[in-house]
Design a binder for this molecule. Sequence first.
Ligand SMILES: Cc1cc2nc3c(=O)[nH]c(=O)nc-3n(C[C@H](O)[C@H](O)[C@H](O)COP(=O)(O)O)c2cc1C
Length: 254
Amino acid sequence: MPDLKGTKGFQYLEGSRFDRISIEKRQRPAIAPVEPFKHYPRAGKIPLPRTWNIAQENLTPLLQHRRSLRKYNSEPISLEHLAFLLWASQGITGQAGKYLFRTAPSAGALYPVETYISVHSIEGLTAGLYHFDAEHFALDRLTEQDAAEAVAQACLDQKFMAQAAVVFLWTGIFRRAMSKYGDRGMRYILLDAGHICQNLLLAAEAVGCGGCPIGAFYDNELNNLLQIGGEEESILYAASVGGKILSGADALPL
Ligand SMILES: Cc1cc2nc3c(=O)[nH]c(=O)nc-3n(C[C@H](O)[C@H](O)[C@H](O)COP(=O)(O)O)c2cc1C
C-alpha cells in the first residue's frame, strides 16, 4: 500500500484545498447541474404522518429549530455550556474492551477527528486556541491570544465568524483511519466529521445558541494557525457558535 501522500484519498484532499491565489482563478466546474429533488412521477405516493410522539419533547424542537446562524449576540457562553458542546460533539460515553466510544459514531471506532476551539468569548476562559483532550475531558491551552479575526480571515474572510463566542475546528489525523482502510478511510474521516458537526449544532440549539458549519476556508492558513503540517493532520471542517439574536432568523420555520 502506498504511504499517506501516495494515496488517492490524500491526493483528493490536497487537490481540493482552497488557497488565496488559486481561488481567484477558480471557475464553476464544467459539470451540468441537476434538479434539487428526485421525482418518481409514476410511483404511488404515500403521505407520511407528522404526528409522531417519539422523543417529541426532546429531540424534535432541536431538529425543527436548528438553522445555520450567522448573527450572534455579544453574550459570552458559560464554561458549562462550552463543556456540554464539547461533550455532545466528541465526549466519551462508553467502553468495550480497549474501545472508548463517543457521542458521535466513527468508522471502526478509530476516531480520526481531533477537535480544536478558537475561544473568543467564554466565561472564565482566556481567549485563544485550545485542543480538546477527549480522553481526560479537558482543554489544552495552545495560545493565549484571541485568534477569532485570524480564523475568520482564514475562512474566506467570513466576518460573522469573528463575532462567534467560539469556533470549533476539526482536523483529521489520517493514519488513524487510513492505516486500516486505505483510500476508503478518507471517506470515513469526512463522514465522521459530519456526524460530529451535526451533534454540535443540535447541542448548541439545546443551550439557546446557534451555529454555522463552515466548509469554506484556506486549508493551509488554518493548519498554520493550529500549527499542524497539513499532511499527517489537516483541517477538515469548522463551525462557529454563539448566542442567538432572536430576531435574526434567516428562514421561516415550516
Ligand atoms: C459542508 C458544509 C459547509 C458549509 N460551509 C459554509 C460556509 O463556509 N459558510 C457559511 O456561511 N455556511 C456554510 N454552510 C451552511 C449552509 O449554507 C447551510 O447549511 C445551508 O444554507 C442550509 O441552511 P441550514 O443549515 O440553516 O439548514 C455549510 C454547510 C455544510 C453542510
